[in-house]
Design a protein around this ligand. Structure first.
Ligand SMILES: Cc1cc2nc3c(=O)[nH]c(=O)nc-3n(C[C@H](O)[C@H](O)[C@H](O)COP(=O)(O)O)c2cc1C
Length: 320
């Protein structure tokens, strides 16, 4: 376990540490989330689930929300636009004993944002107020939010942040990009700083952290309480131990990769576990020179034992 040098309180939740794995659909299920937690991520955010799915297809989402107690604090992330459905879904999820329920106000995907959920909620401050009032009064666990820096034509992110804090939100994660930027383009860190100055709940800064040095830049410019890291962690989960990928030895990569593979196989079963691990394997191996044939053979392998054997050969070559 890495040493924690900082922490903060979100409502009554003590967060021990200041680096946090971002919720990422298709990535932040138990195998990767728990691994990042072991490497130093201070909160386990689940990938988002739709309020209607919680109510109509709870079995479908159980896999996404599975967690182990050593991951706590665990935040379940929910998206939707209907205040009553969000409350009903959150009440249902509360039974599964998360530490907090997080509402997504950041997703830029058309199918979500254009229907008024995700980043779409940022265009509707009155509805946002109703959602946070309902949830903070109706739930026993704290309610938190993840927002972004508004839309190009609707720069009301400070208003939305203040509404969330005013109507019972306990913590705010802010992705430093507009809806139109999606996940690309230069993050606007002063935009987070402005929000941090205007609310009295903890603010987690997010967007564009690629290297350990970017963590300090985010902290210095924004004054944020925590730093959330998304895509860089897929390539370098050691970033939660404040290590750049270049500092990680081949042996360490091999160890963590096998640990991650084991978590994926035990969680999803042999076949699905290996298939879902492929995208992570490609990221772990990206820095090494591997022939296209060898890469293809590995990433299409269906037998976990043969996959592990091939990995061993790749690492032996990388060490030598
Ligand atoms: C593949 C992928 C899936 C994502 N899924 C979610 C999600 O479920 N909930 C959410 O709030 N944000 C989601 N995001 C946004 C990230 O949490 C984060 O805000 C974004 O990647 C910016 O951080 P980064 O620059 O460190 O990657 C996703 C991003 C990516 C790349």
């Amino acid at each position: 376990m890495p040493e924690y040098n900082k922490g903060f309180l979100a409502g009554e939740i003590q967060v021990r540490g200041d680096l946090i794995l971002a919720p990422m659909d298709g990535y932040s299920s138990w195998p990767f989330r728990s691994l990042c937690r072991d490497l130093g991520s201070a909160i386990s955010y689940t990938e988002f689930v739709k309020a209607e799915d919680v109510l109509d297809r709870p079995r479908h989402i159980k896999e996404k929300l599975y967690f182990t107690d050593n991951e706590r604090p665990v935040f379940f992330q929910l998206y939707g636009h209907n205040p009553d459905k969000l409350l009903a879904a959150a009440l249902h999820l509360q039974e599964w004993e998360p530490d907090a329920i997080d509402i997504n106000l950041g997703c830029p995907n058309r199918s979500i944002a254009n229907r008024g959920a995700g980043a779409g909620l940022m265009r509707t401050p009155v509805k946002t107020a109703r959602i946070f009032k309902k949830l903070s009064l109706g739930l026993e666990v704290p309610v938190t939010a993840k927002i972004r820096l508004g839309w190009k034509d609707c720069q009301n992110q400070v208003l939305i942040a203040r509404i969330i804090a005013e109507y019972g939100g306990s913590l705010l994660a802010v992705h430093a990009r507009t809806k139109e930027q999606g996940h690309q383009g230069e993050p606007d860190l002063p935009g987070i700083a402005e929000i941090k100055r205007m609310v009295d709940i903890p603010v987690i800064g997010n967007g564009g952290v690629m290297q350990v040095s970017d963590i300090q830049t985010m902290q210095e410019i924004t004054g944020c309480d925590g730093v959330m890291i998304g895509r860089a962690a897929i390539h370098n989960p050691w970033i939660f131990s404040k290590l750049n990928r270049e500092e990680i030895t081949v042996i360490q990569v091999q160890e963590v990769m096998l640990d991650h593979l084991e978590r994926s196989l035990s969680f999803y079963g042999q076949e699905k576990g290996l298939i879902l691990f492929r995208k992570f394997a490609a990221s772990y191996l990206a820095p090494y020179s591997i022939s296209p044939e060898q890469r293809k053979q590995l990433l299409t392998e269906v037998d976990p034992d043969k996959f592990t054997q091939q990995l061993g050969e790749i690492f032996a070559a990388a060490e030598g």
